[in-house]
Design a protein around this ligand. Sequence first.
Ligand code: AMP
Ligand code: FE
Ligand code: FE
Ligand code: ZN
Length: 294
Amino acid sequence: MVVVSLRIDLHTHSTASDGTDSPTALVGAAADAGLDVLAITDHDTTAGWREASAALPVGMTLVPGAELSCVSDNGRGRPISVHLLAYLFDPDAESVVAEQSRLRAERRSRLRWMAERMAEDGVPIDPDELLGALPADAPAGRPHLARALVDAGLARSVDEAFATYLGSGRGYYVPRGDTPVMRAIDMINDAGGVTVLAHPLAYERGPTVSLSTIAEMAAHGLTGIEVAHPNHDQPTREKLRALADELDLLPTGSSDYHGTNKDIPIGAETTDPDVFVDLVSRASGCEIVAGVAG
Ligand code: AMP
Ligand code: FE
Ligand code: FE
Ligand code: ZN
């Protein structure tokens, strides 16, 4: 019997969001690392799918995905930020398109609100000018306002603009109106995809959900949870694996690669092939992509 062990990384970022590798370079890095299956999961966008698909070498498989920024109850009545990996959904499904346009509008009004509060305080930022200069289809965010502050000579760098004005805890910070996680699970299921809760217990990133909230997500149609992730230590992985067993959730593993923005190499954590096959079998929104590039 020939046993082929597939190497599968289901969570990576490109320059379509906050990674440093272009989608083409991301696929190249995956090939260099000996990966057989790669998911591209940029934050809140599918913009890298096409380029990554075209760059895929023969023998490599791409799983189109995204990492959705969501808000959840933490289980004790407080809203916290959670990340939801979504795979193999139809990006043109009505449920997805409608929520994306709501989020774009929400991001613009939030940025205007921050700029207006600055203007009221005498900071020489013109909200109309800022909004007018935003890219038409990219999501508006604090980096745009930070850049305007640098251009106006109010900060020496984007980092300084965050440290002085825009970081959470700074005077002008306003949280985003992210998608409620239960709504995001519905939206992706409606679009034929599957969802996996990203780094559920990554304590170092901030507050995490309670296990009972994960159980509610499972009852709501969540398909899996990330168990092997660079931010999870061994006891955390064991706890999550037991929870996945108990709730019948698929346990995945991934590097959350961001290029040189983080020091974790691609393929540092991987997903069991049986889990991968099960995940794909539950999705119908779009196809996995087989490599044809020479
Ligand atoms: P937003 O989605 O509008 O809340 O902006 C979040 C983005 O701002 C992140 O994806 C980062 O790219 C960027 N960002 C967050 N904190 C900092 C910081 N301290 N310095 C520079 N960029 C930051
Ligand atoms: Fe990121
Ligand atoms: Fe994340
Ligand atoms: Zn990520």
